[in-house]
Ligand binder design. Sequence first.
Ligand code: ACO
Length: 427
Amino acid sequence: MTDNAKLSIGDKSLEYPVLKGTVGPEVVDIRKFYGQSGRFTYDPGFTSTASCESKITYIDGDQGVLLHRGYPIEQLSEESSFMEVAYLLLHGELPNPDQHDDFVRTITRHTMVHEQLAMFYRGFRRDAHPMAIMCGVVGALSAFYHDSTDIDDPAQRMIASHRLIAKMPTIAAMAYKYAVGQPFLHPDNSLSYTGNFLRMTFGVPAEPYEVNPVVEKALDRIFILHADHEQNASTSTVRLAGSSGANPFACIAAGIACLWGPAHGGANEAALNMLREIGRPERIPEYIARAKDKNDPFRLMGFGHRVYKNYDPRATVMQKTVREVLGALGVDDPVFEVALRLEELALSDDYFAEKKLFPNVDFYSGIILSAIGFPTTMFTVLFALARTVGWVAQWNEMIEDPEQKIGRPRQLYTGATARDYIPLDKR
Ligand code: ACO
């Protein structure tokens, strides 16, 4: 049995239970802290705070371990498919063949979007960032599916989850088509989840589209690598939005908004832009020096992580996938050379070693996505597509959690104390 945590504050001596997970650090249960001490705890950025109990994903940032429902990401990305991982995250177990076929059939049957949804796209400027379109259009789904918005009904929750997973590729491909001025393509249900997305993105109605199996496999693997990452900023956003009982489609739109930021999902776009800007290996030292300079806001994009203080296991898989895709497509991208050299130089530099800054999932993903033909503005959209699986799994888990409460953090108030209003003409 673990001892209680003891805390002295003022003349009070308080004790708090220490909770043990199946693996990972123990957690001090401070739920009664305010009631007993009249004080709050202060933890901006939640660096020490567990916001929920979860059985979905486990990360050991020091060891570079990522497990989904206990399965290592290396095995899942090597041996399974994105649909299998989606089932695993949602249901807790890998599907048997019948469950797998049923799940794929269900997702496939939900890939079409309401024709009226297309009108939302036309309201955006042609040059709108596709993530701006994703925030708007996914939020708009909440207006279309009233039959699946009773979040207290598990069956309705599952339909909403299936719809989100199924429609995301269609919505993402439409965002791309709108930007390039080509007609939207309806899904082709004879294709795989990922093959269908490739066709809706790069196909045109004027001619048949053949899915390249190496690209299909690589993109499916990229989806697996982005499927979930426990309580990251966008997932916590989805949980927080959902904690008020909000519409699930609106909650996912909130997650998309959070993911867009360059410190989170937007880093893959920023990382490739940075590698292109560096351009040649000879210029790397200049950028490393800038990243180390306290007076320069520049950071090495695709480097560092709040949780991983070791190599991000997803970056290892991603680096291998770059070679496969560039080889299969016959693309010789000098940016890959720059990335490999930058990684080598940064990892041998004391600054990065001391701060435990390693390449993260975003460092190499942009090179693959660019070789496949995606513009940089679509990178975070692909991340959102894949992460939708994690978001809906975490959202379902939250709703089912008997301990769930509306999320309502406290604050350390440092503003003005009470003062009297002064009329405008007296100021
Ligand atoms: N380049 C240079 N220095 C860095 C970098 C970087 N990429 N990342 C962190 N540091 C330094 C910081 O300046 C800080 O130094 P200090 O202690 O001397 O002030 C120290 O390392 C710790 O950094 P924090 O920002 O405090 O760490 P935090 O955990 O809050 O940030 C984050 C993590 C946001 C990912 C950060 O490493 C970063 O900005 N990286 C670049 C953006 C990026 O790649 N984001 C993708 C994350 S993965 C994902 O979302 C899928």
